[in-house]
Design a protein around this ligand. Structure first.
Ligand SMILES: Cc1cc2nc3c(=O)[nH]c(=O)nc-3n(C[C@H](O)[C@H](O)[C@H](O)COP(=O)(O)OP(=O)(O)OC[C@H]3O[C@@H](n4cnc5c(N)ncnc54)[C@H](O)[C@@H]3O)c2cc1C
Length: 384
């Protein structure tokens, strides 16, 4: 396996990643979406390229790559397939919980699995009763000799069908119903009582499966608890500060794809003896949307740098996630309009992008939730 980060510092990884995206991802996008799966060979290739080691800390043998760099990687991956970037983000996010809060033997074993095999992981926080409201989590963790028994149902678990490792949020049975009563647990796939149910049929990004899971008397040993009892809320906020940079970067990568596709289409679309791309009004649209896209990207980089500088700035990353999702939706919808009647068919890839881009406004804090969090950051005191 290559040292991807070393390559980056030299010149290597980006050209290799771009080639991988152009040759191995884009030509297969439609087939993946129809079959609702990313082939195993793609994951293997990502491992071979060295992508998996990027998010493994240096002291555990990985590259410990900075967030700004990982955001670049996510942008590039999403240029090929936003579904793949989402799957990779979910996996990295789960790993981060283990690296942050797991006991040393667990962290070491997990790091070895990632470095040697490129295992995929899943993060199970959301429940049907309301994803944005952590205080409503109903999955319970009962204290038993040597560990805990988990019981409950989780929904929307990205990668659940292929994950080898799960990070799961549950409420200790004696805890009150507040978000401060939550604890995080590591559960390997195949543990008795952990069942992955049929994937949802989604509006877009079907290549990556999102499934409900059931937990029936799932035993978790004490040493697989992540962090102190009751620490899951703060831990999740910390992890989300990083993963929201990656999701936002994915939204921008998807915009770049829409930009290239529309340019190519419009340069060949001749109306009144001129290509549509040469029409001033159309160029102005590109100018406006690309200006917004660049602004969103700069905001993401600044939020990513906050993480790398160890600055807790939740409201800034929420600004980046909110703005990137809004810009990406405006961007793709604007580009799609330029396809005229064809935009209303599935003839061109742009139609897929419009379905995929909705994802960014719906997940990991939908728009209103981001706005609430930003407002809290701007007005930290309760005094009016
Ligand atoms: C494709 C996909 C993949 C996902 N992957 C994962 C995953 O891997 N792991 C995981 O744990 N979860 C995952 N999720 C869940 C996702 O993060 C949640 O769907 C999201 O957090 C919103 O929760 P909800 O759907 O219950 O919406 P709700 O919380 O019910 O929100 C519904 C609407 O109400 C608004 N709202 C919420 N609270 C307030 C408020 N206080 N004031 C005003 N408006 C409010 C929201 O902005 C939204 O518009 C995924 C979801 C999808 C669709």
């Amino acid at each position: 396996m290559k040292s991807c980060f070393e390559n980056y510092l030299g010149s290597g990884i980006m050209p290799e990643l771009k080639a991988f995206v152009g040759q191995k991802i884009q030509p297969n996008l439609r087939e993946w979406e129809e079959k609702a799966e990313i082939p195993e060979s793609t994951w293997e290739e990502m491992h071979r390229l060295g992508l998996w080691s990027l998010a493994v800390p240096k002291e555990l043998g990985g590259e410990g790559a900075p967030t700004v760099y990982l955001a670049e990687i996510m942008k590039e991956l999403a240029y090929g397939s936003s579904a793949l970037a989402t799957a990779f983000t979910a996996s990295i996010m789960s790993g981060l919980c283990i690296f942050f809060a797991g006991e040393t033997p667990l962290r070491e074993n997990y790091a070895n699995r990632i470095l040697e095999h490129g295992d995929v992981s899943a993060f199970a926080m959301t429940e049907k009763e309301g994803g944005s409201d952590l205080s409503n989590i109903q999955t319970t963790a009962k204290v038993v000799p040597g560990g805990y028994l988990l019981n409950g149902e989780k929904c929307f678990v990205t990668n659940a069908n292929i994950a080898k490792h799960f990070v799961i949020l549950a409420r200790l049975e004696h805890e009150r119903r507040t978000s401060r009563g939550l604890t995080m647990f590591y559960v390997p796939a195949g543990t008795a009582g952990l069942e992955v149910n049929a994937a949802y049929k989604k509006f877009g990004q079907n290549a990556v499966r999102t499934c409900p899971i059931s937990l029936k008397e799932v035993f978790v040993p004490d040493n697989h608890r992540l962090g102190e009892p009751g620490s899951a809320r703060d831990l999740s906020y910390r992890i989300l500060q990083r993963s929201r940079c990656f999701l936002a970067a994915g939204a921008i990568g998807l915009c770049s794809r829409a930009d290239d596709l529309a340019r190519e289409y419009l340069s060949k679309r001749v109306i009144l003896r001129r290509s549509l791309l040469s029409q001033p009004v159309i160029r102005h649209l590109f100018t406006q949307l690309n200006t917004e896209k660049e602004a969103a990207w700069q905001l993401i980089l600044s939020a990513a740098k906050d993480w790398d500088d160890n600055a807790l700035s939740l409201h800034r990353v929420n600004m980046a996630k909110l703005f990137a999702a809004q810009v990406a939706n405006r961007f793709v919808s604007g580009m799609m309009e330029l396809y005229g009647g064809w935009s209303y068919t599935d003839t061109y890839e742009i139609e897929q992008l419009l379905r995929d881009v909705k994802f960014y406004e719906a997940v990991e804090g939908p728009a209103f939730v981001q706005q609430i969090l930003i407002t809290r950051g701007l007005f930290p005191s309760k005094v009016q």
